[in-house]
Ligand binder design. Structure first.
Ligand SMILES: Nc1ncnc2c1ncn2[C@@H]1O[C@H](COP(=O)(O)OP(=O)(O)OP(=O)(O)O)[C@@H](O)[C@H]1O
Ligand SMILES: [Mg+2]
Length: 415
């Protein structure tokens, strides 16, 4: 990994137009003292942007205030401080968060969670630029750059009567919308590189991503945004040894997505590769998801000669998931030599009328006799019907008889 390749201006990693425009807004915001409102889903980087605005300006202290954790009876004193004797237990004067932020920047994080009664006090403070500590006789003027952040829809909160409209308009001045990660997925590879570098710098193994895993991560929507991506990589780095991370290393919460994206990739590969030996999904205007999944798994099994481990890797899903789905759809994996495909090929003996019988003949004496005729044909894994003409083979079957028994699908015997 090459740390210098990662563009980290203002601490933001990414080269997308979205990140570029946030960098420009940070720069503009740092040139004035207007209140800034940061809007965006959880984990998109609101706090990172708030800090970047402060860093670009560099005055005074940066005081983050978690509005959701301000507890009712203490809210006023936490924010504005108190004077000695203001209430029992107030043995000395105490400075509040607002006073600490004087000359610097205060981030009102999760402003949407600020209790209603506190919204009035904050509004007054924003309008007058002064506050009064609990128990104090006089107000004090302060100069603070206010940044507010929330993942809530503040307009909807106003409409629902949970957020004061006057406070909303006071804050709605210099607004920065931080897009969810799914809207700037092109930054994912750089972010991955950045977080893996960080993990390595903290003493975890040096890791890179396998192509399949990268494709899976690019196709995921990351509802928890960049924080979810970061935690996912940290977890994988903590549990893995040096080398390339694979889809199987993903946390269990992402495995269902890995399974479906593996199936999608395989379907695409099948669609776009006409020379593939195995069939594509049935061409019907509407195919149920279950049918298409069953068909894709069957195709993958056929493509790998029925090897379950290989199939799971090809599909980008865990073995357990593959086994469960095979069970669900009545598909059987290969327990026979490589030249036979997984249970869709079976050797059958002709009956007295020359028709192939359903179960392989298991009589060891007859099976060991040389020159016994056998019909060999394929069974479509979806319909369990024969798909090609029986082909008469001759030869000893001693070695193959137990193999054939395992290969015949017992759940979906050929009709
Ligand atoms: N563009 C980025 N480049 C690098 N790291 C980022 C970027 N955006 C966010 N992060 C990282 O993602 C994590 C989450 O970011 P942050 O805490 O700022 O999100 P948030 O929007 O405040 O989330 P929440 O609403 O849940 O509080 C942090 O570790 C942050 O450093
Ligand atoms: Mg935050």
């Amino acid at each position: 990994m090459n740390q210098t390749a990662v563009d980290c201006t203002h601490g933001l990693v990414g080269q997308s137009p979205e990140i570029g425009s946030i960098r420009r807004l940070i720069q503009k915001a740092s040139r004035n003292r207007l209140p800034v409102l940061l809007l965006g889903e959880t984990g998109t980087g609101k706090e990172l942007v708030a800090r970047a605005i402060y860093n670009a300006n560099g005055h005074g202290q940066y005081i983050p205030i978690d509005c959701g954790s301000l507890v009712s009876p203490l809210m006023g004193s936490d924010l504005f401080g108190y004077v000695k004797g203001a209430f029992s237990g107030a043995d000395t004067d105490k400075r509040g968060l607002i006073e600490l932020a004087d000359g610097g920047t205060a981030l009102f994080d999760e402003i949407g969670d600020l209790p209603f009664e506190m919204q009035v006090k904050l509004l007054r403070f924003l309008q007058e630029g002064e506050f009064r500590a609990v128990g104090a006789l006089h107000s004090r003027k302060v100069d603070i750059r206010i940044i507010a952040a929330t993942n809530r829809d503040l307009r909807a909160e106003v409409a629902a009567g949970r957020f004061r409209e006057d406070l909303f308009y006071r804050l709605d001045v210099f607004v920065i919308h931080i897009p969810p990660l799914r809207e700037h997925k092109q930054d994912i590879p750089l972010l991955i590189e950045h977080f893996l570098d960080q993990a390595h710098a903290s003493g975890l193994p040096a890791l890179r991503l396998g192509d399949e895993l990268l494709a899976t991560m690019l196709s995921y929507d990351w509802p928890g945004n960049i924080r979810e991506l970061q935690h996912c990589l940290d977890r994988m780095a903590a549990l893995s040894s040096e080398g390339a991370l694979q889809t199987a290393d993903l946390p269990s919460a992402l495995q269902p997505h890995a399974a479906s994206s593996g199936l999608r990739r395989l379907s695409d590969a099948v669609e776009h590769e006409p020379l593939r030996k195995f069939e594509t999904a049935p061409k019907s205007p509407v195919v149920s998801i279950a049918d298409s999944e069953k068909h894709t798994i069957a195709n993958a099994l056929a493509a790998t000669g029925g090897e379950r481990g290989k199939t799971a890797r090809l599909l980008g899903i865990g073995r357990t998931t593959l086994y469960r789905k095979m069970n669900e759809y009545g598909l059987e994996g290969r327990t026979c030599p490589a030249r036979l495909a997984f249970g869709i090929l079976c050797d059958l003996r002709p009956d007295a009328d020359g028709r192939p019988i359903r179960e392989p003949h298991l009589d060891p004496h007859r099976a060991q006799r040389p020159s016994v005729s056998h019909a060999r044909f394929e069974i479509d894994p979806l319909t369990s019907r024969r798909v090609d003409q029986p082909q008469l083979l001759t030869g000893s079957t001693a070695a193959g008889s137990s193999v054939r028994r395992k290969c015949v699908s017992r759940r979906h015997p050929a009709k």
